[in-house]
Design a protein around this ligand. Structure first.
Ligand SMILES: C[C@H](O)CC(=O)SCCNC(=O)CCNC(=O)[C@H](O)C(C)(C)COP(=O)(O)OP(=O)(O)OC[C@H]1O[C@@H](n2cnc3c(N)ncnc32)[C@H](O)[C@@H]1OP(=O)(O)O
Length: 728
């Protein structure tokens, strides 16, 4: 449907994607471009129209989220009119043109606005060029017009970070020409702005066309600035292809003797090259959509309660409980923090206070806001204080009996609508939730540590959990700004279950002769934030040892036939190297260096390993990667096969947000499916299974076997399966 053209005196307001309700963010897909182009031409040709305002549609809170990412394909072909056609037409209009920005103007949305002669915005609006997050650069003039209206420095900062810029900052840097006063609609403000601009001389208006402008500031320092920016950015092969491309495009904007058209051509060729050839870009775009799939509600799921209630109880005021309480307070919830131990409660309150002050120090909150959030916390030493809450997150230590006792007690205290969640990472939530009268309102919310920092929450559905509980917990997770991924109940849920074979196999590599640092380096070279041994030191090597003791495997108890290495047990038992918290683990740590968190090679560990295994064999990096990560991926296939999570995207997002997997490799399932190839994963897994029979993690998943046989991608498998699915 054509966008509507509303008359406002002699200003015409053209609304992007008006009437195309399915386009929730006014992205600039083919239909939208075609309609807007027609409307611009019509308004331009109409002598009664003195000025044109471009605004967002009535159905969306956004101005525009930019190009329609679903239209991106390797050929780089876009159905005409392209965004370039639209922008050229808009820029050539001789009448005053004003972008009226509300919500967000991102990517192509901001580029469209930059082609207007003026830009004004609602005070709460945000603008930005986030294309690098999608593995491309702004491709519709953004790298050329932004440095011209603001400065090379500002363009470098905002385009390479892809960050959102608040209206005030955009105004201060000449990206905007005005901000509507509070209480006035941005469209009305833009219309008045446009009418007064209509009094300007034709020359003044023509001068607004950015192509005629020179880059502001002292151009002589620009090269040095661009080179310095490149130094700080990730290397192209480590996820930095797009940001380096962006700097190259910005460099073109001030090249002496280069016409504006030539600059645009340079931008276009870098954009097209990245779009067509960058595997990093394809992975990043996969991650963009995967995040929305993994955090959204399943088709047919009930709507979350509205309004979403906001009284929360957090039980356990340790670091985890206090971190969880911080998250809810930040989002404006009313939080009762309970710890039966009065001293523990005071400690917990202090942690919450420190977390909120940290937000102020880092510029994430004002002091006023942090004070207000803190005032919403009620500390208590009794569970009865939770009688009026709508949601409880229990975060006491990992003990089944204790958790069941708490849930039973809560049953007699809280209201009938209250949702009860446990933050366990290891215990069976069917069993915990099973003790209350209505266990359909029980669920797991597995926060990652530190909870006030880490974005990921695994929302764990038990066999009792109702669809309404899932919808409400999903909404709460979103409201507190977390990435909540729905998973099923099993040992380790998704993330930790996949980590077990990964760290387990890494230990075997070390037993065979690989260096601890070599294994970690191979994983870090792949782009992951840390390797398995650094991860062990952070989590605490004693935790794994305790779990293996509970299973009866440690200290010589491993059943016959089970492939078992006691190196991870002995490093705790013999050397007391329990990890970062003790200043020694697989690595040494110096409290004076990086707050005691920088892993350094340990002579002691090396000698100790040599004494046990002799010289051992040498490993290629590729082998270390495959030995560590293929068991992880194989476990991922088993998780999908068992229905523990609905789609491979869920696993990808869990790993990107919870385990430092590089977004430019799209997640472990994407890496296996699209980069490595499932056939190679299967063949290697089969080979190691034959060699190392006796550990479950090399036994190939049946799903993997079937997919290779059918030559089918795991994403296609999930599409086919999801057709008749309700929850997981
Ligand atoms: C040539 C140009 O230079 C190239 C470009 O412009 S590339 C595009 C640059 N723009 C971006 O990267 C912005 C991407 N979008 C966003 O950051 C966020 O969606 C947003 C801030 C606009 C809105 O966030 P939020 O309100 O949380 O809604 P969100 O769930 O993310 O998006 C709503 C829906 O719009 C879709 N969507 C968002 N931006 C889109 C886009 N640019 N193209 C296509 N679909 C888009 C989402 O996939 C989602 O679809 P779904 O409902 O089917 O899951």
């Amino acid at each position: 449907m054509l966008g509507t053209a509303r008359r406002f005196m002699s200003t015409r307001v053209l609304k992007i994607a008006q009437g195309i309700e399915k386009n929730r963010v006014n992205s600039l897909g083919y239909e939208t471009r075609k309609n807007l182009l027609n409307e611009i031409n019509a308004a331009n040709a109409d002598p009664s129209v003195k000025a044109i305002v471009i605004a967002g549609s009535d159905h969306s809170s956004a101005f525009s989220a930019g190009a329609d990412i679903t239209e991106f394909n390797a050929s780089g072909e876009f159905q005409r009119p392209s965004l370039h056609d639209l922008i050229e037409t808009l820029e050539a209009v001789e009448k005053p043109t004003v972008a009226a920005i509300k919500g967000v103007a991102l990517g192509g949305g901001l580029e469209l606005a930059l082609a207007c002669k003026y830009r004004v915005a609602d005070p709460r609006a945000r603008v930005g060029l986030p294309e690098v997050h999608l593995g491309i650069i702004p491709g519709a003039g953004g790298t050329q017009r932004l440095p011209r209206v603001s400065s090379v420095k500002f363009a470098l900062d905002t385009i390479t970070s892809g960050r959102m810029i608040k209206a005030k900052e955009a105004l201060d840097n000449n990206v905007l020409d005005g901000v509507a006063p509070d209480g006035q609609s941005v469209e009305d403000f833009a219309s008045s702005f446009a009418l007064s601009a209509a009094d300007n001389s034709p020359q003044d208006l023509a001068d607004r066309n950015l192509s005629t402008r020179t880059v502001s500031g002292d151009a002589s320092g620009n090269d040095a600035m661009c080179d310095a920016a490149k130094e700080k950015l990730p290397q192209p092969h480590m996820g930095g292809e797009a940001v380096h491309g962006a700097v190259d495009a910005i460099k073109a904007s001030y090249e002496p003797g280069k016409s504006f058209e030539e600059c645009i051509e340079t931008e276009m060729s870098i954009f097209m090259d990245l779009l067509a050839n960058s595997a990093q870009g394809r992975a990043r775009r996969h991650a963009f959509f995967a995040e929305r799939v993994a955090t959204g509600l399943a088709r047919g799921a009930p709507k979350p309660s509205s309004p979403l209630p906001n009284k929360v109880g957090v039980i356990g005021a340790g670091t985890m409980g206090a971190g969880i309480a911080t998250c809810f307070l930040r989002a404006g919830y009313d939080v009762t923090l309970v710890d039966v131990n009065a001293e523990g409660l005071v400690r917990g309150e202090k942690i919450v206070k420190a977390n909120l002050s940290q937000d102020v120090k880092r510029g994430r909150a004002t002091q006023e806001r942090a004070d207000k959030n803190l005032s919403m916390m009620t500390p208590s030493t009794t569970l009865t204080s939770l009688s009026g809450v709508d949601l409880v997150v229990e975060a006491v230590f990992e003990n089944m009996d204790l958790k069941k006792k708490i849930f039973k007690e809560l049953d007699g205290i809280v209201g009938e609508h209250t949702i009860l969640c446990t933050n366990t990472s290891t215990l069976d939530i069917d069993e915990i939730g099973g003790v209350v009268k209505d266990s359909s309102r029980t669920m797991g919310m597995h926060f990652f540590s530190p909870a006030n920092v880490m974005k990921l929450v695994e929302n764990v559905q038990s066999k009792h959990t109702s669809d309404q509980t899932i919808s409400d917990v999903t909404a709460h997770t979103k409201k507190i700004g977390k990435i909540g991924v729905l998973v099923g109940n099993c040992d380790g849920f998704v993330g930790n279950r996949m980590v077990a074979p990964y760290t387990g196999e890494a230990a075997f590599c070390v037993e065979e002769g690989a260096g601890v640092g070599d294994v970690d380096a191979a994983i870090v070279d792949l782009g992951c934030a840390i390797g398995p041994f650094t991860m062990g030191d952070i989590a605490g090597n004693d935790i794994g040892y305790l779990i293996r003791q509970e299973k009866g495997w440690a200290d010589g108890g491993a059943p016959a036939g089970l492939r078992y290495t006691d190196i991870p047990d002995n490093i705790v038992k013999d050397l007391g190297r329990i990890g970062q918290k003790a200043g020694k683990g697989w690595y040494d740590y110096d409290p004076e260096i990086g707050k005691g968190r920088v892993p350094m090679h340990s002579e002691e560990v090396e000698k100790w390993l040599e004494a046990q295994r002799g010289e051992g064999v040498l490993f290629e990096d590729k082998d270390l990667v495959e030995r560590s990560l293929f068991p992880l991926v194989n476990e991922g296939f088993k998780i999908l096969e068992e229905g523990i999570c609905a789609r491979p995207e869920h696993i990808d997002i869990i790993y990107i947000y919870g385990y430092g997997w590089p977004v430019w490799r799209g997640g472990p399932m994407y890496w296996a499916d699209k980069e490595v190839g499932l056939e190679h994963v299967l063949k290697t897994t089969e080979r190691y299974y034959e060699k190392y029979g006796g550990s479950d993690w090399w036994q190939p998943s049946q799903l993997l076997v079937d997919l290779v046989k059918e030559g089918k991608s795991v994403y296609k498998w999930a599409d086919d399966k999801s057709k008749n699915q309700s929850k997981l």
